[in-house]
Design a protein around this ligand. Sequence first.
Ligand SMILES: [Zn+2]
Length: 152
Amino acid sequence: MRCEICGKKIIGEPIKTKIESSIMSTCNECAKFGKVQREPPKPRRQKPFKRSPRIREPVEEVIEEYNIIIREAREKKGWSRENLAEKIYEKASVINRIETGKMVPDIRLAKKLERLLNIKLIEKSEDIKLDDLGHSSGRGATIGDIARIKRN
Ligand SMILES: [Zn+2]
């Protein structure tokens, strides 16, 4: 192997040197004239498409009729709103607002009520189906989703 620039015999591995726009095999000396290419540029390979599981946390929502269910369950137990409020360490005004539908209990409070009154207040929303992606305004489709839809 000879140096492509000076023609000297190269001992060992020739150095790939970029001179102007061509890559040449050169000796140590001539490598100084150009940019040393450590390795031939690899074509950029895209990561193989992997269907990675999306992080799906079921969304917990308080059902619509929560106020009726709470009121009926409370009345069945013979409790006043004040009684119920005491049991969950809330103010009676909170129970008032919940039972009149003016306030949606948060999940934490709804869980307390569920346990206490033995009722069901929380529903877990279903996973989004591909078909729904276009219509749902809540969770937007990602580029990945769109690609996936087109693929199908
Ligand atoms: Zn040389």
